[in-house]
Design a protein around this ligand. Structure first.
Ligand code: SF4
Length: 443
């Protein structure tokens, strides 16, 4: 039976004005792309249009008002931002039907308005940004999406049918965007895509010049180049292909964060085969051991699905045994539920009962909690650099290289004299619990 799959939401963008306005436009686009929106090339192909306006001189105001009028006539759904947005009445007098008006540098509001009028797609097992992150992302970190789509056919996933095959962004575009983010004050870039280690395969790794040197559209070259920006680079959604080992060398050299997010999803060879997972035949335990001996500080994060159709108690025990040996630092676990349109729905395998799924998830999380608590306790007494994300009363809530926002733990710093949001800090770890650390500032 064929099921209708919701289309990828598409946003049109008109950017007028000065380089500052362009930075805003790029931040908005970076963000929307990361959330799974596509950028439409014409009004007709867009579900909604954002107009970033200029209000500097008369001519610019007229040009902006005309651009809004054109977008309304051609598309009908228009959000206005930028300098002219600081004078909303001017816009409303001529175009009362716009969906939202914000002033310059208010890209969080623009993105929230896009969510309201054109909600992002939700893909339960492989969403690239945690649900919480959709609401609020502080300005000192940003998600950088390097490709769309995917060449795999994991049976629980509908990304390939929804978004198509892998389409990588040219390496020059990605690097320019990253450079722009770093220049705008972003201190951490989180690299995302459905399959980060496959980056550039569709482009035959075509090289472009950046900062006077040829860079291939290749996972390694990209990671190495990003490592030159002087900000934290965190890699998400990496599959354990052999060339990942080279990228681990960059981590050993301190050029990118020693952090790998690898969605293993399971450890039983039978279930991985039913899931049709990429790199399922790799000996992952051996690889993990090798990475850890190369970079003892590496943080390994992963997600898993329990209760996949056909999963037996024996398969699940294999998964627990694997986790016990792999000692992953951070894990997330989903109970399997069928996704409309996914091939797994057609598998001739028995469904796992809801209470068994729940119980397996609990057992899995219990074990991962023990592992996490033990690994974090080993950090007590160590000095580390952290980035302050927010304040909880008198406590600064920060993250270390081991912590991706919203999905991993945090480092709490009580009474953090003189720290501000987005600051770096040198701290010494004083306490740990199951998922988080506590620290004091180093003089
Ligand atoms: S690798 Fe698998 S799970 Fe990830 S997007 Fe591709 S098909 Fe989906």
């Amino acid at each position: 039976m064929k099921t209708a799959i919701r289309k990828t939401p598409k946003v049109g963008f008109v950017s007028l004005g000065c380089p500052k306005a362009l930075v805003d436009s790029e931040r908005i686009l970076t963000r929307l792309r990361a959330e799974g929106y596509e950028v439409a090339a014409s009004y007709g192909k867009a579900d909604l249009v954002i107009v970033n306006t200029c209000g500097f001189i008369h001519a610019a105001v007229d040009e902006s008002l005309d651009a809004i009028g054109e977008a309304l006539a051609e598309n009908g759904k228009v959000i206005v931002t930028g300098c002219l947005g600081a004078q909303p009445q001017k816009i409303l007098d001529r175009h009362p039907q716009v969906l939202k008006i914000t002033g310059p540098q208010r890209y969080e509001e623009v993105v929230a308005s896009v969510h309201e009028h054109l909600p992002p797609l939700h893909e339960p097992f492989v969403d690239l940004i945690p649900a919480h992150g959709l609401k609020l992302t502080p300005r000192h970190y940003a998600y950088l999406k390097i490709s769309e789509g995917c060449n795999h056919h994991c049976t629980f996933c509908i990304i390939p049918s929804m978004r198509g095959r892998l389409v990588s962004r040219p390496v020059g575009d990605v690097l320019r965007e990253a450079e722009q983010l770093a220049r705008a004050g972003v201190k951490e870039i989180l690299v995302i895509s459905q399959d980060t280690s496959a980056y550039g395969a569709d482009l035959k790794y075509a090289a472009q010049t950046w900062r006077g040197t040829e860079r291939r559209a290749h996972f390694y070259d990209l990671a190495a180049a990003l490592g030159e920006l002087g900000v934290w680079i965190r890699l998400h959604y990496v599959y354990p292909y052999p060339h990942v080992d080279k990228v681990v060398e960059l981590m050993a050299d301190g050029r990118i964060l020693p952090y790998l997010d690898i969605p293993f999803q399971h450890a039983s060879a039978r279930i991985l085969k039913l899931m049709k997972r990429p790199a399922a035949a790799e000996n992952t335990l051996q690889r993990i051991a090798a990475w850890r001996s190369q970079v003892p500080d590496i943080t390994l994060r992963s997600t898993f699905i329990v209760g996949f159709p056909g999963e037996t108690e024996d398969d699940f025990e294999q998964l627990l045994g694997w986790l016990r040996e792999a000692q992953l630092d951070r894990v997330g676990c989903f109970e399997y539920s069928p996704v409309e349109g996914a091939a797994a729905n057609q598998l001739a395998q028995p469904q796992v009962a809801a209470e068994v799924k729940r119980e397996r998830r609990e057992r899995f999380m219990e074990l991962s909690k023990e592992i996490s608590a033990r690994r974090l306790a080993q950090k007590i007494g160590r000095k580390m650099q952290v980035l302050v994300d927010r304040f909880d009363g008198a406590v600064a809530v920060a993250r270390s290289s081991s912590d991706a926002p919203d999905i991993d733990g945090v480092v709490r710093i009580p009474r953090p004299a003189k720290l501000a949001l987005g600051d770096w800090a040198q701290v010494r770890i004083t306490k740990s619990d199951a998922y988080d650390l506590e620290a004091k500032l180093e003089p």
